[in-house]
Design a protein around this ligand. Structure first.
Ligand code: SAM
Length: 331
């Protein structure tokens, strides 16, 4: 039975945050002194596998592992290997992940061996100094090694960059030429008001409509219908021959075509990235060995999926629209 929400949208895409921990502290994402979940609160990898399997039985075709940083979760490849059986059976069409790239050189070959074909790597700048500044703890050289290893293993990479005013806005043409020159798509993302951070989001926020207009002074961008199952809208760039995506939660709400729900590493299901409402799946998961309770809890949650998010960034509202950080649910 497909999962269909009250607005007639079929839910076929599950994003799973396998840990809230990360080895970076990107300034727009987290505070530097984050408090993370105690390890005992995490679902085991077996429990995560069971939950994902129930979602796949209920019609999920695309599954993305995210975090925190998914590749810092202990034994994460065990979960990837387990989930890959659903690729072999044909029940799942795509298994993928979003990563900061720091651990990719260790895991790229095994990911490819598990049937992962494409991954998203988050990279906001090619300048090592600025990279360290924005990630606080990151090392650009390690990420570059990871990208090299992933391409060598045959993984297709899409780069994701959060557009940040006065940080990387003028660097986007260079980032795009570099990505396209290496056969990677690049997607730009508007910063969303999620969780308390030390810096002022109003200063960081850059509407992509402005960035697109600036790019169009240098490049010929043509809208194309290309889709990857996510919310990005793509253009073809004549000068580079590559694809550029725009994810615009702030300036253009794309909720009408939302096909996603998000599961956290404690078994909480968020039906919308931009709303607080959630459903606990850990209790029904642990209450019985059969999946009937879980099945009913998922159906009930999908029945509550809201129409959309209403993020706002402005100087009058100093509080974030959503109290949890992006690292709870992943991108
Ligand atoms: N650690 C992995 C990574 O770096 O890709 C996965 C998790 S990270 C939270 C997923 C994506 O969310 C990254 O591309 C990150 O840049 C983006 N992100 C984090 N906080 C954000 C925010 N407040 N607004 C927009 N994007 C954000």
């Amino acid at each position: 039975m497909d999962m269909i929400d009250p607005f007639g949208r079929t839910i076929s895409y599950l994003r799973v945050s396998v840990t809230d921990r990360c080895d970076f502290r990107c300034t727009y994402c987290m505070a530097e002194d984050m408090t993370f979940l105690p390890k005992k609160d995490l679902l085991s990898l077996e429990e995560l596998d069971r939950l994902c399997t129930v979602f796949i039985e209920k019609g999920v075709k695309k599954l993305r592992l995210t975090g925190g940083e998914p590749l810092v979760r202990k034994n994460i490849m065990h979960l990837v290997r387990q989930l890959s059986r659903h690729l072999d059976s044909g029940a799942l069409e795509e298994l993928t992940l979003t990563t900061n790239g720091s651990q990719l050189s260790r895991f790229a070959a095994e990911l490819a061996d598990c049937g992962v074909k494409r991954i998203n790597v988050s990279l906001d700048t090619l300048d090592a100094e600025k990279f360290h500044q924005i990630t606080r703890w990151g090392n650009l050289g390690k990420v570059m090694e990871g990208i090299d290893a992933a391409q060598k293993a045959g993984l297709k990479i899409k780069l994701n960059a959060v557009a940040l005013r006065d940080f990387n806005d003028t660097e986007i043409p260079e980032l795009m030429r570099w990505a396209h020159g290496r056969g990677m798509d690049l997607t730009l993302i508007e910063t969303m008001p999620m969780g308390e951070i030390e810096v002022d989001r109003t200063d960081q926020y850059l509407p992509l409509s402005m960035l697109r207009a600036a790019l169009e002074r240098q490049f010929t961008l043509s809208d194309i219908p290309y889709k990857t199952g996510g919310p990005a809208r793509y253009v073809h760039v004549t000068e580079t021959g590559g694809r550029l995506g725009f994810i615009t939660p702030m300036t253009h709400n794309f909720c009408e075509s939302c096909n996603r729900v998000r599961l956290t590493c404690t078994g909480t299901l968020y039906m919308c990235l931009g709303q607080e409402d959630a459903a606990d799946l850990r209790a029904p998961l642990r209450a019985s060995e059969g999946n009937e309770l879980l099945d009913a809890a998922i159906d009930e949650a999908i029945g509550r999926k809201p129409k959309g998010h209403d993020f706002i960034i402005d100087r009058r509202t100093s509080r974030p629209s959503v109290s949890r950080h992006m690292s709870v649910t992943g991108g």
